[in-house]
Design a protein around this ligand. Structure first.
Ligand code: ADP
Ligand code: F6P
Length: 476
């Protein structure tokens, strides 16, 4: 903690996200240590906030009393309290067992519980109140993601002076799916409390606009929602990205290069290294990927003495049944593949169920010949863009069409992960295309990620937010 920061200090820029960029881990002695939180939101916003002054309001990752506010780099971190029932009902329940599946094409069935919705409202209110306390007069408040969709309207009621933007890191569902949600109008009204709404892709913004048109008494013209009170809110696509320069620099660091060479060696200097990096989440298409790989080994198209597959699967939401089941299925399949195909003394599939430091991730990206990204639905997928930034002219990406990244990285080897035969062919093609073809594709993708990096994204979002009308037409 930093005793220099008075509790009443306020900030011109306030970030509100379900998680802080770091998670508290309370040891047996009651002492708190901090470690980086999982997920793409934190990766992106950590880079954006680097060198910017501002406050970040979010949960510290453990139930119970919130740790004291403290400063990290130039950022003021304000933990929000989540009690055990908030964690169960707001975070695990409403956010991750209802909204998450609905917003990801109902890959697993969504559950609806009235108690969860109440908790969602309760916790969103708490977030809005905390933000209201820490925002300076006329501040810019940037609210993130599906866990906090009611915050914009709740905050506007408390602080009509602040400018409110919201960005959705995940897809926004087609109205036919969105409509299933009890209290669906409340979500739209919550979001429309913002001055500007950002989405990953145009179809996400279009889905939101369609939901407004169909379910609310509003007029939608182009990408603007006109409200009965005279306010108007624009909803448009602002695709998120990665810290291209930072990653490039890390990937070029001799120590990281050395580590990449060492990883190759430790894997037995195979001809091909395939890599997957995902949170262990059913949206990521891990089972489809393993099925394809297992079949390629079975048919002899891949030789395990020449090819190894490394799958990093970050632990995620481990108390939810859907995630526990997935973990069981993945680990069974990993065991099966290795049991049937691993040569003595090496493994066909190296499975790593843990988090790694940033440098180790970059070394892994650099070491891999082909990155395999097969989500059934993904808002963006930063991993694909990180891989591009970590490679010069070599390497290849097999990329699901159902990721936001596929819109921009059209020179990846695009695939439909549901079509296992095609997926297998695409993996083989990505592995065996000549270096010239890899170079052309990687160069094109690199230009895209280089020009549209994470700073560009943040500036784009904030410029859109500043340009928003804020007050109803005719008001001053
Ligand atoms: P999501 O937000 O759904 O988790 P993204 O691909 O957009 O997916 O972002 C994941 C982020 O987490 C990336 O920055 C990636 O490098 C990082 N990451 C994933 N797995 C690990 C891991 N095991 N250790 C450290 N960082 C990881
Ligand atoms: O970007 C999607 C996202 O759900 C973030 O909102 C979240 O922080 C991250 O993935 C990781 O999930 P969780 O916070 O539930 O561990």
């Amino acid at each position: 903690g930093d005793p220099q920061v008075p509790a009443q200090r306020t900030f011109d820029l306030v970030i509100a996200a379900n998680r802080l960029p770091v998670d508290a881990v309370t040891g047996a002695d009651g002492k708190i240590t901090w470690r980086r939180s999982p997920g793409g939101l934190v990766t992106a916003m950590e880079s954006v906030m680097h060198g910017r002054e501002g406050a970040w309001v979010g949960w510290a990752g453990e139930p119970g009393k919130a740790p004291r506010a403290f400063t990290q780099n130039s950022m003021h971190l304000r933990p929000v309290r989540l009690d055990q029932d908030d964690v169960v009902d707001y975070y695990e329940g409403q956010s991750n067992d209802c909204l998450w599946p609905i917003y990801h094409d109902a890959i697993v069935p969504a559950k609806f519980r009235r108690r969860w919705r109440t908790a969602y409202e309760r916790v969103n209110t708490r977030f809005a109140e905390q933000v209201a306390k820490v925002a300076a007069p006329g501040a810019t408040v940037w609210v993130h993601d599906y866990q906090l969709q009611l915050v914009p309207a709740l905050l506007r009621k408390l602080r009509s002076d602040v400018r409110i933007g919201w960005f959705n890191h995940i897809p926004f569902p087609p109205v036919e799916l969105f409509m299933q949600m009890p209290g669906r109008e409340g979500i739209l009204e919550g979001l429309l409390g913002a001055d500007f709404l950002g989405f990953q892709r145009k179809p996400d913004a279009a889905n939101f606009l369609r939901a407004c048109r169909g379910l609310l008494d509003v007029t939608v013209r182009g990408d603007v929602v006109h409200l009965p009170d005279g306010r108007s809110v624009r909803a448009s696509a602002v695709p998120i990205s990665v810290d291209y320069n930072g990653l490039r620099e890390l990937a070029g660091d001799p120590a990281v290069q050395q580590r990449a060479a060492e990883i190759r060696e430790q894997l037995g200097d195979p001809k091909h290294i395939l890599l997957g990096v995902d949170r262990l989440d059913y949206t990521k298409g891990l089972r489809h990927r393993l099925k394809a790989y297992g079949e390629l080994l079975q048919s002899g198209d891949l030789d395990p003495s020449e090819t190894v597959f490394v799958q990093v699967a970050t632990p995620s939401r481990e108390r939810l049944a859907a995630y526990r089941e997935l973990r069981g299925q993945v680990e069974l399949e990993v065991g099966r593949i290795n049991g049937e195909h691993s040569p003595i003394g090496s493994t066909a599939l190296t499975y790593l169920h843990r988090s790694f430091p940033r440098t180790e991730m970059v070394a892994l990206f650099a070491a891999a010949d082909v990155l395999i990204v097969t989500p059934l639905r993904d808002g963006m997928n930063l991993v694909a863009k990180e891989y591009v930034a970590c490679h010069a002219d070599d390497g290849a990406i097999v990329l699901s069409e159902f990721t936001g990244a596929a819109d921009e990285l059209s020179r990846a080897y695009l695939c439909n992960p549901h079509d296992i035969d095609k997926l297998k062919q695409t993996i083989l093609q990505a592995m065996h295309d000549p270096p010239g073809e890899h170079r052309r594709r990687m160069r094109s993708m690199r230009r895209t990620v280089m020009t549209n990096d994470v700073q560009h994204w943040a500036e784009d979002f904030l410029t859109n937010l500043q340009a928003a009308p804020h007050k109803p037409k005719g008001h001053r």
